[in-house]
Design a binder for this molecule. Structure first.
Ligand code: SF4
Length: 377
């Protein structure tokens, strides 16, 4: 039974008031431009605020409008996206911009149903754009909001189950509808942003700061001491260890790189050719088999440890002192200037930083044992 939250208007008012004093000053919060809000919301999926801020700022400087984005080449868009991972998002931004630019008015649609039809925009993103840009009472439900609402309401079900999701959406809808009745301009967007902000800064996964939370008087999880058990999620499969090796080939001022194939992770980004080392094979043996390189032809430069979705990847980096890349690798020889403008995954951008004349070695150098957690990058 989906009963409304007791004191919904009071909760909504507490959230809106709290947000007006506690909100972080973020670049996308200084505008009501639906284009800017859309870009920020898509970037923020699966990515931290700290990583998004510089990307968002650069993006808005270089492609500040729907028209500018629609006219950009895919390669330029990928380059602007570089470092954020999950490149499908960048692809969808470009597709959606071209759809909007081709319409007679070329504007961002105002109606929720029309926003939802754009590629890459789901219920959450459409709700965020319509509430923040147009002050519509459309709910949002991301990981932060789920945590806040599940704890507020003491929801002990698996929050990924269909029934729990339906209840959470209903609660989110009731709260934003209550905010709409305040008749304060911008209240719907502020209510939604307040829930996201509360989840990001106060109602955090491990150590919620309940004593300073605006919802502390109505929160069931706080009252019951059950914040550690809520939200409940299904057990995730363990990470799979993957061992790879990348090889840098150099010919005069050119470097050998290739595009990752369609269907692969990070498809269409560029890389220094990399191979996967099978369990028990040994990296030097794999390089002999796949690249025809003997150990005396190789210099080990270091390794990068990172995670992509469910894979924990150890990427060893070698420089080929002699020899040529196998023809089957189908790569191309490119200059440093060209490499600077090509979109690379984060790991391979760091490898590019090892080439003489690029980034400082200190900035780029992978250090044995150093780890970096990436998204799909
Ligand atoms: S009182 Fe604590 S658990 Fe409840 S919403 Fe606030 S921070 Fe989260």
């Amino acid at each position: 039974m989906n009963a409304p939250i007791i004191g919904t208007p009071r909760v909504a008012r507490a959230l809106v008031r709290w947000f007006s004093t506690a909100a972080r000053d973020l670049p996308w919060r200084r505008t009501r431009d639906p284009y800017a809000i859309w870009i920020a919301e898509v970037m923020l999926q699966q990515t931290t605020v700290a990583a998004v801020v510089p990307h968002f700022t650069r993006w808005m400087r270089e492609v500040p409008t729907i028209g500018a984005l629609a006219a950009a080449s895919p390669q330029r868009v990928y380059r602007l996206w570089e470092g954020l991972g999950y490149y499908r998002r960048a692809e969808n931004l470009l597709r959606a911009a071209r759809i909007m630019a081709a319409r007679p008015d070329g504007l961002f649609p105002r109606r929720f149903a029309e926003v939802l039809e754009l590629p890459g925009i789901g219920r959450y993103t459409a709700g965020a754009i319509c509430s923040i840009a147009f002050d519509e009472p459309t709910p949002v439900l991301d990981g932060n909001v789920i945590r806040v609402l599940a704890r507020l309401r003491g929801l002990r079900d698996d929050v990924e189950s269909a029934s729990a999701r339906a209840r959470l959406w209903q609660w989110a809808q009731e709260l934003v509808a209550a905010a709409a009745r305040f008749r304060t301009p911008g209240a719907c967007g502020r209510l939604n942003e307040a829930m996201m902000e509360l989840g990001a800064t106060i109602c955090t996964p491990r150590t919620p700061r309940c004593p300073v939370c605006p919802l502390r008087r109505t929160c069931i999880a706080r009252r019951d001491g059950s914040t550690a058990e809520i939200p409940r999620r299904p057990v995730r499969p363990r990470l799979v260890d993957v061992h790879c090796a990348a090889v840098i080939f150099n010919r005069n001022t050119l470097w050998y790189v290739r595009r990752r194939p369609e269907g692969a992770v990070n498809a269409r980004l560029w890389e220094f050719p990399q191979i996967e080392v099978r369990r028990g094979q040994g990296v030097l043996s794999a390089l002999k088999v796949f690249a025809g390189l003997r150990p005396d032809q190789l210099e080990r430069l270091g390794e990068i440890n990172h995670t992509i979705t469910r894979s924990r990847i150890r990427l060893e980096i070698y420089r080929a002192r002699s020899g040529s890349p196998p023809r089957a690798w189908a790569g191309q020889w490119r200059s440093l200037t060209q490499i600077r403008h090509l979109p690379f995954s984060s790991a391979h951008r760091r490898i590019a930083g090892l080439l003489p004349g690029t980034l400082s070695r200190r900035e780029a150098a992978p250090t044995p044992g150093a780890s970096r957690s990436a998204t799909a990058d």
